[in-house]
Design a protein around this ligand. Structure first.
Ligand SMILES: NC(=O)c1ccc[n+]([C@@H]2O[C@H](COP(=O)([O-])OP(=O)(O)OC[C@H]3O[C@@H](n4cnc5c(N)ncnc54)[C@H](OP(=O)(O)O)[C@@H]3O)[C@@H](O)[C@H]2O)c1
Length: 252
């Protein structure tokens, strides 16, 4: 039996329409999982579905995770089709690089709503006996920005620090329910969020950021592979941890 396999596991993934979430969806399907995929952009989510391993089953939920009051019902519907959930990746996220003087309470609220609170709320629902299989693993995508300081990232960093801390406490509380909870902190990964960020900071600053990665910028699969490990039985003794996947960025 391959301990790293996700065969017979049903995994729910937010942010599945782009970047790291799309890659997590594709790689989890190749590892044998069936999937429930969530995002707002239906066309892009369907594109993700078209990239999945042909024998994997996938259900989609088109929703804004910060607004969907009926998200629990939508998830319940999909669970009744595919079965109980044994894995969750909270990958949906938004990023804003702005000087502190341009930060507003609304900016903090908007970023926290997607990056942290929505993920915690979905995890709360999935921890209920009626939705979760006997054992389960939850993975929150944080960021190195939640661990080390970066200019213009006060709100984003704060939200990602909250993800690491929230996941750790959740791990303590949910261990008795057979649920492991971990976070992953990537540095810069080649996705649309990064392209946008580089446009904001300008070419020179972008070059400086790239230079800070001893192994260069990451690819979405680099993070997806770490997710597969944390979702699989190979990591059955790991909970409450923050796995740094950063090409050496935070080792300076
Ligand atoms: N790329 C990097 O360098 C990097 C580094 C460290 C951490 N991360 C983290 O990794 C995660 C994925 O980033 P990425 O680079 O893959 O970004 P991305 O390509 O921009 O994807 C972001 C995803 O989040 C979804 N999303 C955003 N707001 C949503 C909302 N209100 N409701 C539902 N879905 C929402 C988007 O889907 P829709 O637009 O279709 O809703 C999209 O699928 C984020 O949490 C990010 O902070 C990224």
């Amino acid at each position: 039996m391959n301990q790293f396999s996700l065969k017979d596991k049903i995994i729910l993934i937010t942010g599945a329409s782009s970047g790291i979430g799309r890659s997590c969806s594709v790689e989890c399907s190749k590892s044998g999982a069936d999937l429930i995929l969530i995002a707002r952009n239906e066309e892009e989510l369907q594109k993700t579905v078209s990239l999945l391993a042909p024998d994997s089953k996938a259900e989609t939920i088109i929703a804004d995770i910060t607004r969907a009051e009926n998200l629990e019902e939508l998830i319940a519907e999909k669970v009744s089709v595919l079965g109980k959930i044994s894995g969750f990746i909270h990958c949906a996220g938004i990023e804003k690089t702005l000087p502190l003087k341009k930060h507003t309470p609304q900016l903090y609220a908007d970023i926290f709503a997607v990056n942290a609170i929505s993920g915690f709320e979905i995890a709360k629902n999935l921890s209920l006996k009626k939705y979760k299989s006997e054992v389960a693993s939850f993975v929150f995508i944080s960021s190195v920005a939640g661990m080390v300081g970066e200019i213009g990232k006060s709100a984003y960093s704060a939200s990602k620090g909250a993800v690491i801390a929230g996941a750790r406490s959740m791990a303590m509380e949910l261990s008795r329910s057979g649920i492991r909870v971990n976070s992953i902190s990537p540095a810069m990964v080649n996705t649309p969020i990064l392209e946008k960020m580089f446009e904001n900071v300008g070419e020179e600053a972008a070059e400086e950021i790239i230079k800070k990665h001893p192994l260069g910028i990451g690819q979405p699969e680099d993070v997806a592979n770490a997710c597969i490990f944390l979702l699989s039985d190979a990591s059955k003794w790991i909970t409450g941890s923050n796995l740094v996947v950063d090409g050496g960025y935070s080792a300076h």
